[in-house]
Design a binder for this molecule. Structure first.
Ligand SMILES: O=C(CO)COP(=O)(O)O
Length: 254
């Protein structure tokens, strides 16, 4: 039974956003002061360059700020990388690890994703660990096997509902406007829940499992009402406060 899990609406701005985008964040913050904060939590994962200013922009409201990746080490000779401790220092509370765009663009393995999640915990951040199958894997009927493998490899046994959020993002649904059927989302999320149980035990019942991939205002109510879907990880539609708030608003009606 997952009814007691407080939903989370998370935004991933990816490689988008400059100082002028902070106006959207201020609007999101204001939106979460008008009653919406009673229905769901919110975090927006902005580019690292914006974290400090983003934290200033949401000061005094319940929205939290996250990063989009971190290095597994605390510091050292890793030009261009950013550690979890640095994200924390800048004001982040969360960090996405293992997004499929990083797994693909940067060849990140499950073991590296696991190390990054553990780095996030070490710094006191909550890791949003992304998993999901490609179109080919889905067509070969391998979705559950891929999810099992990614959970086994990317999520350490020490994961808990306080330090880890899982995001199911079918790679083929990201930025395409395509989404799995509600039945397919329900099956994937139920499978993830039971695999998490095998991995971390009964605590898995309280772990948030977000759905991500082409979530928008028009499909939010349907996707977010599915069993074991405890929130959304939103890409494109998180860039505009109006769309982000309209997705979050689905939780007022449940
Ligand atoms: O990758 C995503 C969030 O991490 C999803 O992106 P879209 O919502 O743009 O499909």
């Amino acid at each position: 039974m997952t009814a007691a899990i407080r939903p989370l609406v998370a935004g991933n701005w990816k490689m988008n956003g400059t100082a002028e985008s902070l106006v959207e964040l201020r609007l999101i913050g204001r939106g979460f002061m008008g009653g919406l904060e009673l229905a769901a939590d919110a975090v927006v994962c902005v580019p690292a360059t914006l974290i400090t200013r983003a934290c200033a922009a949401i000061e005094g409201n319940p929205v939290r700020i996250g990063g989009q990746d971190c290095h597994a080490f605390e510091s050292g000779a890793h030009t261009g990388d950013i550690s979890a401790e640095m994200l924390k220092d800048a004001g982040a509370t969360h960090v996405i690890v293992g997004h499929s765009e990083r797994r693909i663009d940067h060849g990140e393995s499950d073991a590296e994703v696991n190390a990054k999640a553990e780095a996030a915990w070490r710094a006191g951040l909550c890791a949003i660990v992304c998993i999901g199958e490609t179109r080919d894997q889905r067509e070969r009927g391998e979705t559950n096997a891929v999810l099992s493998r990614q959970i086994e490899g990317s999520i350490a046994a020490a994961a808990s509902p306080a330090n880890t959020i899982v995001a199911y993002e079918p790679v083929w649904a990201i930025g395409t406007g395509l989404t799995p059927s509600p039945a397919d989302v329900a099956n994937a999320h139920a499978h993830i829940r039971s695999e998490l149980e095998r991995r971390i035990g009964s605590e898995a019942a309280r772990m948030r499992i977000l759905y991500g991939g082409s979530v928008k205002p028009s499909n939010a109510a349907e996707l977010l009402s599915i069993a074991n879907v405890n929130g959304a990880l939103i890409g494109g539609a998180s860039l505009k406060a109006k769309d982000f708030l309209s997705i979050a608003d689905a939780y007022r009606t449940f």
